[in-house]
Design a protein. Structure first.
Length: 292
């Protein structure tokens, strides 16, 4: 199997499960070590690897077809180097989980088998497609209309309000976003904001977040909107994998009164790899993870 172009990161209980897309066989392959770590609730790489060696030997003695069903591919490790790692397809993952007789395995299987049928699961697939098509180049950059285009694409057929500016006032965790009756004027003000410098762009992003123009799906849409502005104006984009969920959510909360923390978090994760397909795909995974 050739090295894959598309890499996906899913999250189970805040733990990564990496997957790669096999164009030749039209299916995903999943990292065995990631799954073993999840099922054992073990963060230590060495312990996880040793347990997989032990389990693999045990399965071989039982003449299990699971071991022979694995394939190998180089995946990026924590030290930024690529190493060959065992992978299983969906059927193999289910069989592997069955060898872990604990409640965690059952919860994992429920998540693994059904997560892609959720609105977020379907919307994420649309986000992948958006970046793989020319549609991304037709979106207005830095405008409310452009954000509506993104939201409409991500949530079309999933929400009946996809791409539509909300007509109801909403709040979240005690914070009230711009009142619906003032939203149209607010969006016009945001459109007029400059976007030439990183300070301009972060301020514009913060103001759009405070506006929260849609009933649902604001964060996922607006992070793509932000990346398009950065790409056009600064020839940079965000490597979202460098920003933890905790740090991002904390910075966004603070940004309602002080955007400097968010600027620091975003600026530290900027990269010039604006045409790196894998980076964008990974960014989508992290963006959706922030909303879980």
């Amino acid at each position: 199997m050739k090295e894959q172009l598309k890499i996906s990161i899913r999250f189970f209980n805040d733990r990564e499960v990496r997957a790669v897309w096999d164009d030749e066989h039209a299916k995903w392959w999943f990292s065995v070590l990631n799954i073993v770590g999840v099922l054992n609730d073990e963060a230590d790489y060495t312990k996880t690897r040793n347990y997989w060696k032990y389990l693999k030997a045990k399965l071989k003695k039982k003449n299990s077809q699971l071991v022979s069903a694995t394939t190998q591919l180089k995946l990026l490790a924590a030290d930024s180097k690529k190493y060959n790692t065992d992978l299983l397809d969906s059927e193999g993952v289910v069989e592997l989980a069955k060898n872990f007789p604990n409640n965690r395995a059952m919860k994992f299987l429920d998540w693994f088998l059904y997560s892609d049928t959720t609105i977020d699961g379907q919307s994420k697939k649309k986000a992948y497609t958006l970046f793989e098509s020319n549609l991304i180049n037709e979106i207005q950059v830095g405008t409310a209309k452009g954000l509506q285009q993104i939201h409409g694409y991500l949530f079309g057929s999933l929400y009946d309000f996809a791409g539509q500016i909300r007509e109801k006032s909403i709040s979240k965790s005690g914070y009230r976003f711009v009142y619906a009756q003032h939203l149209k004027n607010k969006l016009q003000e945001i459109d007029a904001l400059p976007q030439k410098t990183i300070d301009n762009i972060i301020l514009k992003y913060v103001e759009m977040n405070k506006a929260h123009p849609f009933m649902e799906g604001n964060g996922r849409s607006t992070r793509i909107w932000l990346d398009l502005i950065l790409k056009k104006q600064l020839k940079k984009c965000v490597d979202w994998s460098k920003i933890s969920k905790h740090n991002y959510m904390n910075a966004m909360i603070i940004s309602t009164v002080d955007s400097s923390v968010l600027k620091q978090v975003i600026e530290a994760a900027l990269t010039k790899k604006i045409n790196d397909r894998e980076l964008f795909m990974k960014g989508i995974d992290y963006s959706y993870y922030y909303e879980e």
